[in-house]
Write a protein that binds this ligand. Structure first.
Ligand SMILES: *Cc1c(COP(=O)(O)O)cnc(C)c1O
Length: 453
């Protein structure tokens, strides 16, 4: 879908016309989506592909119940992390056999960051800093804190515009960034940072949690060093789906990762007492993998590869999905400006399409009644969920400096291009307008906070 020309004032009929012209519209049929729900949280937990339910049933009732242990061989369970990894590789600009679908994003980050720190320490005694952003996803920062402690390094956090000058000071060992910011939706120029980092002797570790399956990524062409990403977000792999791990082939065999379990051994079924790391990315495996979850994840990844079959484009299998994603987020921003301008909502996501991923975040800056029990952004999200419009709330870090992008409370709306329509967004913004205009969000039931926001 080429960039849509949007009129000054956008109506529902315009959105319906764009749906009719959408070459990816039929992909929605592949998913189970509840009636009366507009799901704008596929960036947090992707929708379920119909194929996943059938596949899980096949794995449990046939491969597990009937095939029993023989299914490790006969149902090809053993190399499932590799097979799913090869499919993911197509979507992130990597070659076959460079990606493993395995473990969680946090665990994979631990593995690659450990290796990056070992490699950096060997290369230089003077580069002792891991540089990241204050607004990075907390698990990434927690993992980095722990590893820095073990390796005698320092974790330094800065704002996006401070990264380049900080890198040039020459003491950064590893630049650890999340490609698309989970809060603002802002996207880094991966190629530029890889180049800059390489020029000052630093390694790059990328977290693709909010970009894999949302934007075209070129890990090899852009010369990244290490990357990890998530299976349950845009990849639609299901709750707790295995994540993935990619290592630039130039590093793949220089170091053994620290979680040296038997699945990463060169010959696991030789049952030798001594560890010997497998070749390539296989050494980044640790132990026995969740086969049922991996089977579901494969269906999720297939659901995105299906887009590239509908609209073949040699430049990148994500191209058509990216074009639709940008059309959706542009439409959403325009509708917010057009229909919600009077209610103190500010779009914090970059307007420049090249600088954003596939979600849009809003800040609510209107004054809140004095006895209000929670953030107004939280209450507005709850009031929308009660109407079937599912987005989410991301709390700001009150201890971050006032000017920091980590500071504000945000309403966050994700646009999974595989199953959302343009009319969905029109209706979602209309609900938002009604919630704000009626002040329905101030009702007490929307102020009760739950464990998972
Ligand atoms: C969602 C997300 C994670 C999740 O990590 P888990 O190990 O799956 O809990 C990690 N990093 C980022 C940037 C994320 O957005």
């Amino acid at each position: 879908m080429k960039a849509i020309k949007m009129p000054e004032s956008i109506g529902l009929v315009d959105c319906q016309r764009w749906d009719l012209q959408d070459p990816l519209a039929s992909l929605r049929e592949q998913f189970v989506l509840p009636r009366d729900v507009i799901y704008l949280d596929g960036n947090s937990l992707g929708a379920m592909p119909k194929a996943a339910a059938a596949r899980v049933q096949q794995v449990t009732e046939h491969e597990w119940a009937q095939g029993l242990i023989g299914s490790w061989n006969h149902a090809h369970w053993f190399d499932l992390p590799n097979r799913v990894g090869d499919k993911i590789a197509q979507l992130i600009g990597a070659s076959p056999a460079q990606v493993l679908a395995t473990d969680s994003t946090s665990i994979n980050l631990f593995k690659v960051l450990s290796v990056a720190l070992c490699a950096a320490a060997k290369a230089s005694q003077t580069r002792r800093v891991v540089l990241s952003e204050r607004s990075n996803f907390p698990t990434d920062l927690y993992i980095a804190q722990s590893l820095c402690q073990q390796h005698g390094m320092t974790l330094e956090l800065c704002e996006a515009n401070e990264i380049a000058p900080r890198l040039q000071q020459g003491d950064v060992a590893v630049l650890m960034l999340t490609h698309v910011d989970y809060r603002s939706g802002g996207m880094h120029d991966m190629a530029a940072f890889n180049q800059l980092a390489a020029s000052v002797g630093a390694l790059t570790v990328w977290d693709l949690a909010h970009s894999a399956g949302a934007v075209p990524i070129q890990l090899e062409a852009d010369a990244a060093d290490f990357a990890v990403g998530c299976g349950y977000k845009y990849f639609n792999g299901g709750p707790g789906a295995p994540a993935f791990i990619w290592v630039n082939p130039k590093h793949a065999e220089t170091w053994a990762q620290p979680l040296s379990g038997w699945w990463g051994h060169a010959r696991p079924f030789a049952f030798k007492a001594d560890y010997q790391a497998a070749l390539g990315v296989q050494r980044y495996a640790c132990g026995t993998q969740p086969i049922i979850s991996l089977a579901a994840l494969e269906c999720g990844v297939d659901s995105l590869l299906a887009a590239s079959k509908l609209t073949p484009d040699a430049s990148h299998p994500m191209r058509a999905l990216r074009e639709k994603s940008l059309a959706l987020s542009t439409l959403f921003m325009r509708l917010i400006e057009q229909r919600c301008a009077d209610f103190g909502l500010v779009v914090v996501t970059p307007k420049d399409p090249a600088k954003r991923g596939s979600h849009v975040s809003l800040q609510h800056s209107q004054t809140v009644p004095s006895a209000f029990a929670c953030s107004s952004a939280y209450a507005i999200v709850q009031a929308l969920i009660a109407r079937g419009v599912v987005g989410d709330f991301r709390a700001g870090d009150a201890s971050a400096p006032a000017g920091s992008s980590a500071h504000a409370d945000l309403l966050r709306f994700g646009f999974a291009p595989a199953y959302l329509s343009f009319a969905d967004l029109w209706h979602a913004v209309e609900h938002l307008r009604q919630v704000l205009q009626s002040a329905a969000w101030q009702e007490p039931q929307f102020q009760q906070t739950q464990a998972v926001t």
